[in-house]
Structure formats: C-alpha cells, structure tokens
Design a protein around this ligand. Structure first.
Ligand code: SF4
Ligand code: SF4
Length: 495
C-alpha cells in the first residue's frame, strides 16, 4: 500500500438554499481584481440547467477529463501531436460568451443624479470594454425557475432523458430544481495537472490541494481544456492560469476556507481521507457505472490497525491519522455511503462529494393537504427528479447507487418523523432502517451531522506539521514529476 492523505469535502445538497454567499466570499477574497472579473472559483448553478461555463458537462464539446483507449487512460483533449497544433487556436476552449461578459453598473449615475421628475437608472457597462452593454448571460443565468424551458431543457443530463421524463420535469406546477455549488474538486487523477505542458500545476504533497505555480505557468491554457469541470481559469491581465486554492493560507492558520466558513446553509464539510495511491489508475479504469463504488473502495479505514501501521510507514503523522478518524467526509462517503462524486465518468477521481438532493419526494396530496406517502420506496421510483438524471450526475449512470443513498436518507427522515412528529410507527422506522442497511445509532449520527453540528465537527483541518512535512517545505519544482500525495510516479503528460 502507498497511503496518502487528501483534504476532501462534502456538500449536502438538500441544505443548499442557493444564496451565493459562498461565491461572494470567494470573489471578495481571491478574484476581485483586474483580469479575474469573469472568474468564479466557487459558483452555484441551478440544476437542471446549463451551468457555468454553459454546458460545461458536455465533453464532446469541451474535451475535458480522461477516456479509456484500450487498456490505457488518455486525456480526452488528445495526444501530443493533436494538441500541439492547438496551442495558438484551441477550439475546445470555452469562449467569453460561454462564461459571460462580466459587467457592472454605472452606479454613479444613480446616486449622483440631480433632483428631477424622472427615475434615474444605472446602465450596465462591460467590465472588458467599459462600454454600455446588454446583459445576456451571467454565472447563474438559469437561476431558480427563470428560463427553465430554455436553459434546463438544454442541460446535457436532461437531453439524455426520454421525452416522457422531460415532459414530467417541466410540467407546470411540477417544475423542480436544486442548487449545485461547485469548486475545484482537487482530484486524485487531475486532468489539469496532466495536461499542463509546463509542469506548472501540481498536487501539493501534504494535503493534495491542486495549485498553479504562477512562475512556471506560460498561459497555454491546456489546464482549462484538460479540466472537465472547467475549474481552472485564464487571467487575461497576468497571462497565467489560476484556480481555487481551497484557501490553503486560511487552512494553514487553522481556519476553514472562506466559502465553507460563510456558508449560510452549513452544507459544507471538510476533512482528511486516507487512500491507497497505488490504486489510482486501476480505479480510474473502471466502467462508468462502477466508478463511484471504486472510488469509495480506495478510501481506507483509519481505524483499521493494518492501515494505521502502513500509514505510519508511509510517513502519515499520528496527528493526521487522528484528523482522518474525526473526518466528517470519511463518515459521509465511506461509513454512511450517502455522498457521491460529481460526474465520476470524467475519471479525474474528484475529492468533492455530494449528498444528492432528496427533495420532498415523500409527500402526497390527500384531501387538499400534503401528507407522508404510505409507501416511501414506491414514491422513490416516482421521485420529482428522475433517478436517471441524478445517476447521470453522481454515479456514471448507475441508478442503484443513487437509490441506495436515497434509501438511507429516507430512513433518516422516517426515524425523525417517528421521534419528532409521531406520525410514523417504530415498526415503520425499523423497516426503513432495514431496507437502508443502517442501525438506529447510525441514523441518529447522520441526523446530528446533517442538522446539529458545530463548525468544529463539520470542518476538521489536519495540523500542518511543517517541521515534519518534507514535501511541504520543498520547492514544488523539485517534485514536478510527481502528483504530491497522489502519485509517486510521473503522471502521463502529453509532452
Ligand atoms: S476539478 Fe480541479 S483538480 Fe480536478 S481537473 Fe479540474 S482544476 Fe484540476
Ligand atoms: S453559501 Fe452555502 S447555502 Fe448559500 S449558495 Fe453557497 S453552498 Fe448554498
């Protein structure tokens, strides 16, 4: 075993209210400057919807991530010969229109308007040209239900649904949406790292955070192409690429990343995962529908004495092991099995996991009032969001993965209804737990972690231990052939 530690995260989607506080916290801290106007290292999109940049999930258009070619894993953007010709014109790159033209308003016209009978207005102006412009797109232009039939209908996941499922999704009074906050996934098999011809992107040794060395970056933008989540951005002012740094300076001071700290819905969890780096390639080679399970499988149990011995042999400090044991991410992903990676079929092994939104699938209308459905698991088959759509987002199309998560979330709801409202019997709660494969204690623990935790339980940052972290104190250039904790061998670069 080659045990490595990774800072990983969970977003609980049933708790996200779409307030964008996270996006603004990040913007104010990191991208409120020239050349970064259009960048949202943290963005929140409405699903179903086309997202930011528009239709980013469509890899036939953007060619991000990895694909299997025979027994090999290759970047979808192409081999060395194919991409050399794209250095000066890369048709797979998102354009400014795909993101949106950043804008501000002439607030001065509003606040300093002379007294008069007419209502003063603040006209929008482009932050690129400074000229007046008509706003036609934004970082969450699909917001809530506005424009669903235009935007949601063009969601790459919706396009794959049957005509009947699409009709059901967009039927008046049945329209449904949820929010999907996105940051860099700090992947184990990062497409951006492997795509960079300058070796400027690296996965830092001590915690697996993926960073761009600004001195080494030559602005080729191959990382923008290589990332299937479109979470690296080109700064037109500096001529360098940049991306979410998971607020590593804050973490080094023991503080949660800004988007985590400010999250109004408290949907965000952060903690250490231990994994076997020798299994990265074999895991990424699995069938689409097997990837979520395979990724879960490569995460190691920090309570297992054999794992502990191997971790010590691999240089994982006792303090980091203790942080891994307290990690809420380990609980969500491995112990409870209720958090799944976003688009695992891109094969970058993302380290941000999502609890899929259950939404109010449990209620039925009865004599004008909403009440709990009699058979929850039949209701699940008739979920407001088709399971197939969610399986396409979180499980490489494997519907059983999403159903298994839903059964557990439903068991939590039934047990809580039984205890708090009293309209469910203990026998029904026991039956739900049995179907979900959870004990009453586990259900209680999920409920507490979801609803009642303090920030100390939600965000468990390992100590930095700079005095012992050899790679942390070393010039990343010396490790450019490695992928930090994720790799001891050189990644397969195209150059
Ligand atoms: S999500 Fe982040 S780590 Fe993963 S490929 Fe994209 S930029 Fe790289
Ligand atoms: S701050 Fe939290 S609740 Fe608000 S949009 Fe961001 S992730 Fe969702």
């Amino acid at each position: 075993m080659n045990i490595r530690a990774q800072i990983a995260t969970v977003f609980h989607l049933d708790k996200c209210i779409g307030c964008h506080t996270c996006s603004i916290a990040c913007k104010n801290l990191w991208t409120d400057r020239k050349g970064a106007e259009y960048m949202w290292w943290n963005n929140v999109e409405t699903k179903p919807g086309t997202g930011y940049p528009t239709r980013w999930e469509d890899q036939e258009q953007y060619r991000g991530g990895w694909e299997r070619v025979g027994s090999q894993l290759r970047l979808k953007m192409g081999g060395r010969g194919g991409t050399l010709g794209k250095i000066f014109h890369n048709p797979s790159l998102p354009t400014m229109d795909d993101y949106y033209e950043p804008f501000t308003f002439k607030y001065d016209d509003l606040t300093n308007a002379p007294a008069g009978d007419d209502q003063p207005t603040a006209r929008p102006v482009s932050m690129v040209s400074g000229k007046p412009m008509k706003i036609e797109a934004g970082p969450n232009w699909d917001d809530d239900l506005s424009g669903s039939t235009v935007y949601a209908a063009n969601d790459p996941g919706v396009v794959q649904l049957s005509e009947e499922e699409q009709q059901q999704l967009f039927a008046i009074e049945k329209m449904v949406f949820f929010h999907l906050p996105r940051i860099c996934n700090h992947c184990l098999n990062a497409g951006c790292v492997a795509a960079c011809p300058s070796g400027a992107i690296y996965k830092r040794g001590e915690d697996g955070i993926v960073l761009v060395d600004q001195d080494k970056c030559r602005g080729w933008r191959m990382c923008v192409s290589g990332c299937p989540y479109k979470k690296t951005y080109y700064g037109w002012s500096t001529g360098k690429s940049e991306k979410c740094i998971l607020c590593y300076p804050r973490q080094e001071a023991g503080e949660a990343p800004a988007c985590f700290h400010s999250c109004v819905g408290r949907i965000r969890y952060l903690g250490v995962l231990l994994y076997d780096a020798d299994r990265i390639e074999a895991t990424a080679m699995q069938e689409d529908g097997e990837l979520a399970a395979a990724q879960r499988e490569m995460i190691l149990d920090p309570f297992d004495p054999q794992v502990q011995r191997e971790a010590a042999r691999c240089g994982i400090a006792e303090e980091v092991l203790a942080a891994a044991q307290a990690s809420p991410v380990y609980k969500f992903v491995k112990q409870w099995g209720i958090a799944l990676p976003l688009h695992p079929e891109f094969r970058t092994l993302p380290m941000l996991f999502y609890v899929p939104p259950l939404l109010p699938v449990l209620s039925v209308e009865s004599q004008g009032t909403q009440k709990l459905a009699d058979d929850f698991f039949t209701t699940l088959e008739r979920a407001r969001l088709p399971i197939r759509y969610l399986a396409g987002l979180f499980a490489g199309g494997n519907e059983e993965e999403v159903k298994a998560v839903y059964r557990r979330l439903i068991a939590v709801r039934i047990q809580r209804r039984q205890q708090g409202v009293g309209d469910q019997s203990e026998a029904e709660a026991a039956r739900a737990r049995e179907i979900a494969g959870l004990s009453a204690e586990q259900v209680e623990a999920i409920y507490r972690m979801t609803a009642l935790t303090s920030i100390k339980e939600r965000i468990v940052i390992p100590p930095m231990l700079r005095d012992r972290a050899v790679e942390a104190g070393t010039d990343p250039e010396a490790y450019r052939q490695e992928m930090g904790f994720g790799r001891r061998q050189a990644p397969k670069r195209r150059w």
